[in-house]
Every structure is written in structure tokens, then in C-alpha cells.
Design a protein around this ligand. Sequence first.
Ligand SMILES: [Zn+2]
Length: 196
Amino acid sequence: MKFLQCFCVVDSSLRILWVGGDWDDFALRNGGSSVLANDILATRLTDHITDAATAGTVEQMVAAVIDTQGSLRMDYRCDGPEELRRFRLTIKPMKDARVIMVHELRDAIRLTPPMEAWTFDPAARDEKCSVCGMVHAPGGSWTDPTLPGVQHPVLVRYTVCPSCVTRIGAAVAGILDGAEAGDVGELNLMPGCNPS
Ligand SMILES: [Zn+2]
């Protein structure tokens, strides 16, 4: 497995000040040509997130790290149709109300057969959690689309599923309460995870 790490520094308004590591490599592999490093500097991180739930989650986490000067560490999934990928995001405080977000690839598993390729559609009926990658049809339960017998919906809109909302809320509450480091929950912020 190729080691992959990306960095992103943002200020308190989520303006992107610096990106580094394998950012472009990852974006290109995942069809995220619109989020190459040179194009996103000085834009807001939330401009590249397609849904309000995920954007709000990111804002909440960054604000908590700036307020407390504590760190948040969260595991998340950023699957492609042919690969299950586990990432870890660490958000650490920096000087002058800035934070660094570090994404590390922890594990990649080839999917045979691959999942159905999916497309983002803001009007889609089915939802996909941008944190854990689970999918959900109206009235159905949240399901891991990499499990045998589960079909990935072709059109999805992104959101944060209830269990990820709970985990992230607990991690944020943890550092706001003065815990050493929030270490619960998962979050998806990689370029290309939420193609728009
Ligand atoms: Zn989730």
C-alpha cells in the first residue's frame, strides 16, 4: 500500500492557507481535478464540501480546536468504487488561531467485485454519509455498501449519518470539557471524496 498523507492549514474562517503532502496525487486519482492545491489556496474549505451537514461538522471541529487549543483525531472512510479506504484525520492547533489538518491513509482494501460507481446529485433520493461511507435509502437503515449483497446507489447526496453526528459531537464535547484529545468519530474531508 502506498503511504499517503495530506496537510491543510486553515484559519478560523476556514480559509485555506496552505496545502501539502500528496494532496494533488490523491485528488487526481479520485477525479477531484477541481480541488488541486493551486486552485484552492485562499478559498474556504467549506466551498469544496457539497452538503451543509458535513460543512457544519467541519466548522464545529475547527472552532473547538481553536477555542481549546486541544487536538481532535478521527477515523473516517473515503472509499472509491474499487477500493475501501480508511483514513485518519488529526486537527491540531497552530499559532494565530490557525489549525493544521492532517489526513493519513491507514488502510486500503481492493474490492472484488467493485462497487457500482456513484455520482453526486443534490436532488438524489439516497444519502451517503461523508464520514463513514454508509448509504441510506428513504425509510431504510444505514448500510455499508462494501458488504456482500449491498448495492451502492448510483446517485447520492452527501450528509452526516446519525451515528457519526453522535460520535463527532462526543469528540468535540470531549475537548471542550478539557479532555486531552478528542478521539471519537470520523470525518471526511479529502479532496475527491465528495465529487460535486
Ligand atoms: Zn456515518
